[in-house]
Design a protein around this ligand. Structure first.
Ligand code: TEU
Length: 544
């Protein structure tokens, strides 16, 4: 089955709460996105992936949906949404929705009717009797809580939630759930959306609720990761819903290894167009993501290479709304914020696969400058902090963990200008604006012909116009402690991508010194001799 997205397309991810507030309530909204479309169009994005904009009580900022066919009132109305589709389309931009179908909100009508005792809706969820006065099994939970909560007033019944207790998991053994989801997808496809980003899609189908093998995190996961039932659902969603519309699907897939990944997105499978895997996000973690160590560039390079080689087509990303800002992970970032951001632009646009840019990445936004837990909103961070307290991890260390890993690091308001609240909102922003906004903002960047934004635009343009970058094959050339180099090749024409992933100068390896046709460097006076800190270069060569 062919890809349902052009190979030269670029996707821009918006976290709507944090993007642009048009009405001064401190929360970003759809009209704010409409006002900002020219920025996204000038960047060169073909699609916008919207994190959830559906009605939600916001326990997990919209990933807990109470009505899949309504817009979150804080974000606007369905008319605003239709206008967004229309205005985006006018600029050649398609809208991609976030499809969260592992769970709903406990405030969804289905769950409420289940609680009211309607058998039909009880079967939409995973409700189980306790075992010997205890919860039904020994599974873990993504947000470090107990995955089972009492179902209503019942004495001995529990419902499963792999995320927060306000996110009950759906029962994908029930064909009615499948039909409901098909209806939801068609509802949005009929309004003009071009694809879906499918939230934690490889965990939706639970084979059994039996106890799992004890693990450090997520005990029980062998019972629900990439099950046959999940593959079957994905194949049917593809053929019955997506294909007739020519719509694409990118899956967020947790804990996938290469084999599982291939089974989810190789083209002959007829499931997903591509997946977001996590291994390159995890190169600076110890066992679990809350314990971080220094990022070792070589490990990052090896991981990128491994996935580039394994999959027919990749979803390439370095940031999203769940991850700390990527450039903040470099221990020797120092004063090289601009150079590192431009290096990532070069790297992202030259890897093989669809590049996903997260809002703010194009101006080199860094982690939030939070001082204490009261400044953090994210449910996951609060839960982890509480767990660390239970484990008697000292207060200072607990905070250090959260500060470095919190998902809020990427969710701070978009920095548009040096005006009050970074031009994000005239009211009090729901999450603290980074204090560096006077210097780091879209307006300031727009004035700099050789700035960060200008370089992102340049690389995006190149990625879109160059057939080698869209279609060429990938071959790694060099993985060192500092320098990463690979080639993209098409019909004997080659582009050589070279990145210095450190804040130190680095010798260009001998094997790369033969290239002399520089296409671009992220340094004004770069491109020759030793590599500058975080320098990126692209060379052109032809096969001899
Ligand atoms: O994330 C799923 C996921 O596993 C992680 O990325 C998550 O952020 C967490 O760190 C697990 O420890 C998706 C969404 O992207 C995330 O925002 C949601 O909170 C989550 O699913 C539940 O819908």
């Amino acid at each position: 089955m062919a890809l349902n997205i052009r190979k030269d397309a670029i996707v821009y991810q918006i976290y709507p709460r944090s993007f642009k507030d048009s009405n001064g309530d401190g929360v970003g909204d759809i009209r704010g996105i409409i006002e900002s479309l020219d920025h996204i169009a000038s960047l060169g994005a073909n699609h916008i992936w919207l994190s959830p904009v559906y009605e939600s009580p916001n326990d997990d900022n919209g990933y807990d949906i109470s009505n899949y066919k309504a817009i979150q009132p804080q974000f606007g109305s369905m008319e605003d949404f239709d206008e967004l589709i229309f205005e985006a389309k006018k600029r050649g931009i398609g809208i991609v929705m976030d499809l969260v179908i592992n769970h709903t909100s406990d405030e969804h009508e289905w769950f409420k009717r289940a609680l009211a005792g309607e058998e039909k809706y009880r079967n939409y969820y995973i409700i189980q009797k306790g075992k010997n006065g205890k919860i039904p099994n020994n599974w873990g939970n993504f947000f470090a809580e107990c995955p089972w909560s009492k179902f209503g007033n019942s004495d001995n019944e529990y419902y499963l939630h792999l995320f927060s207790k306000k996110q009950p998991d759906l029962n994908w053994h029930n064909p009615d759930v499948f039909d409901e989801v098909k209806g939801i997808m068609r509802f949005w496809l009929d309004r003009g959306v071009v694809g879906f980003r499918c939230d934690v899609i490889n965990i939706i189908y639970k084979n059994t609720l039996a106890d799992g093998k004890k693990q450090l995190v997520l005990t029980g996961r062998e019972h629900y990761l990439s099950t046959d039932g999940c593959h079957n659902i994905l194949q049917r969603l593809r053929s019955e819903v997506l294909e007739p519309y020519g719509a694409f699907a990118v899956g967020e897939t947790v804990f996938v290894d290469l084999l599982q990944a291939k089974a989810l997105c190789d083209s002959d499978r007829g499931e997903l167009d591509m997946i977001f895997y996590f291994e390159h996000m995890e190169v600076d973690q110890v066992f679990v993501k809350w314990f971080k160590t220094q990022l070792k560039p070589k490990k990052l390079m090896q991981t990128l290479t491994k996935w580039q080689n394994a999959l027919q087509w990749n979803a390439c990303y370095f940031e999203n709304h769940d991850q700390p800002r990527f450039i903040s992970r470099f221990k020797d970032l120092g004063s090289y914020r601009a150079e590192a951001s431009r290096m990532i632009a070069g790297l992202l646009m030259t890897l093989r696969g669809t590049p996903f840019i997260f809002e703010g990445q194009e101006i080199g936004m860094v982690n939030g400058d939070f001082n204490n837990l009261s400044e953090i909103e994210d449910i996951e961070s609060h839960n982890i902090y509480a767990m660390a307290k239970r484990l008697k991890i000292p207060k200072g260390m607990r905070w250090k963990m959260i500060k470095r890993t919190s998902r809020d690091n990427a969710r701070t308001p978009m920095q548009w200008s040096a005006a009050k609240n970074a031009g994000f909102s005239s009211g009090k922003p729901w999450l603290k604006v980074n204090a560096n906004y006077g210097e780091v903002n879209v307006a300031a960047e727009s004035e700099k012909p050789n700035g960060i934004l200008a370089f992102w635009k340049k690389m995006i343009k190149m990625r879109k116009e160059n057939e080698i970058l869209a279609n060429g094959c990938f071959k790694v050339l060099f993985e060192g402690n500092r320098i990463y180099a690979f080639e993209r090749e098409l019909n004997g024409k080659r582009l050589i991508s070279v990145s210095n992933m450190t804040g130190k100068r680095a010798k260009l390896p001998k094997s790369l010194q033969c290239y002399d046709k520089l296409v671009v460097s992220n340094y004004e006076k770069g491109g020759r001799g030793d590599m500058n800190p975080f320098e990126f270069r692209l060379y052109y060569a032809e096969n001899k």
